[in-house]
Design a protein around this ligand. Structure first.
Ligand code: CO8
Length: 255
């Protein structure tokens, strides 16, 4: 597939994916979801990749779903567009390596939902966050109502969802919506630092720990424990032996 909106650049074992539709502040349209769906499938099979950083070109990370496209939809089309977006964003959680949102500017509506679907959020001090759907007479459709209270808390989530208020990066940090706030010029450096730190660890262990932790959040504690024990055995006999042997031999692991 030819990509019009996605601009991926591979830097060693890290991919920086820039969403590039700056004339519409990177608003999410059908074309974006088709490209992202395809690209995530492509990337999940690439064993050389150890982390994905998603950022936006221009003054926005993403200013939401494409209002010009949505205005022509009926209820059923809107439901299908919502479901499609949820499916594509869920793929981010299934990627076998961490996905980091490097939020350079506006992350509104669907843009904040995209950021929340990632594993980590690093924000430029210039970033702005909000779920302004109610200002349009709408509600979020890409799981914002579900992820926001899980990442923050019920009252902060309901505040953002019912007022449509826009908050700055420091407020988002205080709500635990973002993990770090940086000067704009350091945004990609910090995202890269986090990606490199994770990329230096065992690939299989990182994949397993992401899967077990994410899946565990959706079930009971005891089911999560069982899943953890089951996967604890997986790295034995390969990557785990190398990591443990390296420790005992006082050397760096050769993954
Ligand atoms: N959709 C389409 N076009 C957009 C969007 C958008 N979400 N946001 C900005 N644009 C376009 C503008 O229309 C404008 O186009 P043009 O130059 O042709 O007039 C261009 O981008 C630049 O935008 P502005 O001139 O408005 O830039 P400003 O710096 O003045 O303002 C803002 C920046 C504050 C970000 C402003 O653009 C804004 O408020 N945008 C809309 C934000 C918003 O409401 N987002 C939520 C959308 S709804 C949503 O995301 C629901 C998700 C779930 C959908 C479920 C499926 C049904």
């Amino acid at each position: 597939m030819d990509y019009e909106i996605l601009k991926p650049v591979t830097e060693g074992n890290i991919v920086v994916l820039t969403l590039s539709r700056p004339q519409a502040l990177n608003a999410l349209n059908t074309r974006f979801f088709d490209e992202m769906d395809n690209y995530l499938d492509e990337l999940s099979g690439d064993t050389t990749v150890r982390a994905l950083i998603i950022t936006g070109e221009g003054k926005a990370f993403v200013a939401g779903a494409d209002i010009a496209e949505m205005v022509n939809m009926d209820g059923d089309q809107a439901r299908a567009f919502s479901r499609r977006g949820q499916e594509v964003f869920n793929k981010i959680g299934l990627m076998p390596f961490p996905v980091i949102a490097a939020i350079n500017g506006f992350a509104l509506g669907g843009g904040m939902e995209l950021a929340m679907a990632c594993d980590f959020r690093i924000a430029s001090a210039k970033a702005k966050f909000g779920q302004p759907e109610v200002s349009l007479g709408l509600i979020p459709g890409y799981a914002g109502t579900q992820r926001l209270p899980r990442l923050t808390n019920l009252a902060d989530a309901l505040y953002l969802l019912t007022t449509g208020d826009t908050i700055d990066a420091e407020t988002a940090y205080a709500m635990r919506l973002v993990q770090k706030v940086t000067e704009p010029e350091n945004l990609l450096i910090e995202a890269r630092r986090l990606a490199d730190m994770i990329a230096s660890k065992g690939a299989m262990a990182v994949k397993l720990v992401k899967t077990v932790t994410r899946n565990g959040m959706n079930g009971s504690f005891s089911d999560g424990e069982l899943m953890e024990s089951k996967h604890f055995g997986d790295p034995f006999g390969n990557e785990g032996y190398e990591g443990m042997k390296a420790f005992l031999e006082k050397r760096k692991p050769n993954w």
